[in-house]
Design a protein around this ligand. Structure first.
Ligand code: GN1
Ligand code: MG
Length: 363
């Protein structure tokens, strides 16, 4: 535990002071630590917010407050008894009960209650995928009547047209001089550009609404209890208005993929239809009541869109010289890109089956 970290932890109004602070999780953007305090007292999660990416930290924390307060109220109305395990609790500053972040002159920090006896997984079985689908659908449905509008913490975050503009700019500049050796990937990505911007096209035609979405529904952004039941959704940084495709598609990108998102051996990458079916069934059971026919019929497109968008984002970062995502080795973003493209290919083969399954559920 460095003196700097314990000094930061001490800025927050917690039940007891830190005795141990160790790194936690594997996020690609923020730095996360588990803070242990005295025996019998709660533990906490301390996070350094990447403010180069989340430039409006106040707006970010205001969003999170609006969302967690709203969900807390809904759970209370529903008579749920273990509310502190079902929604995140952010700690205020010792000096200011209305502020949930601390600026140390260089970095922004926040702290939340650690939910004991909780687990995250990087893979799920079909059995748990069903619970995950139900929970993300429930999360979206609880936020359907969220008063006011949320800030787009990262503007145009899941806007495919914008992500392609960033890619084209990166290719044009070729800052790191890497384009020559990977031109085939650039060509493949650009050849699908128009088809993959369907969501923006539908939105402009007034056929696709924006709703409050989580926008980072990777499988490891969900907490499960000891019995494997879903407790709650975590990592609320990107909760913002988006198309429901975001949450549906990004879960399947990681949850239904048979390998990690940076698997170097693309032969190991497949799209697991059992997980697809279980997740989709769960999702439709809780979100089906508010989804429109256009949203439902384009769920297979959503499943393809997110590996594609992630390939575009990883590749853009590779071309830019790795300025956005944390990398563990020089070619990491390129390996990630290839893995996402391989997954996209597997998904494209299975889209007719997906369409058929969804139609059968809605019949
Ligand atoms: C980032 O920080 P993390 O790992 O939860 C990224 C997501 C990507 C994901 C890919 C703010 O999420 O959009 O899908 O990496 N978050 C941001 O693993 O860019
Ligand atoms: Mg995360």
């Amino acid at each position: 535990m460095t003196p700097q970290l314990s000094h930061i932890a001490a800025q927050f109004a917690t039940a007891a002071s830190a005795t141990e602070i160790v790194p936690l999780g594997e996020g690609l953007i923020n730095d996360t630590y588990l803070v242990t305090t005295a025996p019998g007292k709660p533990s906490y999660v301390l996070q350094r917010i990447n403010h180069h990416i989340f430039t409006d930290v106040k707006g970010l924390q205001d969003n999170i407050k609006a969302v967690t307060t709203h969900i807390r109220r809904k759970l209370t109305e529903q008579g749920v008894d273990d509310i502190d395990r079902r929604v995140l609790t952010f700690m205020p500053l010792v000096t200011d009960p209305d502020t949930t972040y601390y600026f140390d002159g260089e970095n922004y920090w926040r702290m939340m209650l650690y939910i004991p006896r909780s687990h995250t997984y990087s893979e799920v079985s079909p059995y748990y995928a069903r619970f995950a689908g139900e929970e993300f659908g429930r999360f979206q449905s609880m936020l359907v009547d969220l008063p006011g509008t949320l800030t787009e913490t990262i503007p145009d975050f899941h806007n495919m047209e914008f992500r392609l503009t960033q890619l084209r700019e990166a290719l044009e500049a070729d800052t790191a001089g890497r384009l020559d050796s990977v031109r085939d990937i650039a060509d493949e990505l650009l050849s699908r550009a128009d088809a993959m911007c369907l969501a923006e096209q539908l939105h402009r035609q007034g056929k696709l609404p924006k709703r409050t979405c989580h926008c980072d529904t990777k499988v490891n952004n969900m907490l499960f209890d000891d019995e494997g039941k879903v407790l709650c959704v975590i990592d609320l940084d990107t909760v913002m208005p988006s198309y429901i495709f975001s949450d549906y598609g990004d879960f399947l990108r990681t949850g239904a993929c048979t390998a990690p998102e940076d698997e170097p051996d693309t032969d190991k990458i497949d799209f697991d239809m059992d997980i697809f079916r279980a997740f989709t069934e769960g999702y439709l059971s809780t979100a089906g009541s508010f989804l429109t026919p256009v949203e439902i019929e384009n769920l297979p497109y959503a499943a393809a869109l997110f590996p594609y968008m992630q390939a575009v984002r990883f590749f853009t970062d590779y071309i830019n010289g790795d300025t956005y995502y944390k990398i563990r080795y020089p070619e990491h973003n390129l390996v990630r890109t290839r893995a996402q493209l391989a997954l996209l290919h597997r998904i494209e083969e299975k889209m007719p089956q997906m369409t058929e399954f969804i139609a059968s559920k809605m019949a």
